[in-house]
Design a protein around this ligand. Sequence first.
Ligand code: ZN
Length: 137
Amino acid sequence: MEISHIEHIGIAVNNLEESIKYYEEVLGLTCYAVEEVADQRVKTAFFMVGQTKIELLETTDPEGPIGKFIEKKGQGMHHLAFAVKNIEAAIAEAEEKGVQLIDKAPRKGAEGLSIAFLHPKSTVGVLTELCENKNSK
Ligand code: ZN
């Protein structure tokens, strides 16, 4: 598949507001957006670092994917997201190569991106997200 860059790194946090403080006051980054993604039952906060973003994720539901992740592993790095040229083609290629898919078709993520997750069992232990920005086309 054609990957152009790391789109973002997703980090699961207990408390979005407290976590934003660390990124702003210690690291000196600026939170440019806070958005709730109902589909994934999370509230997200975004920081730009070069062309890569940091996405903080706080669950809005203990039974949601981030709620379950934090219960099992505590807060910390949750997923790695790659920007791809064509998400449908990237999903098809991953499937063809035997990767276990979480999403067989793209769905809508934060910032209006089309996203799909690959299962960490097939990606050497890192939950992997593919993203295509169809807004800019
Ligand atoms: Zn993400």
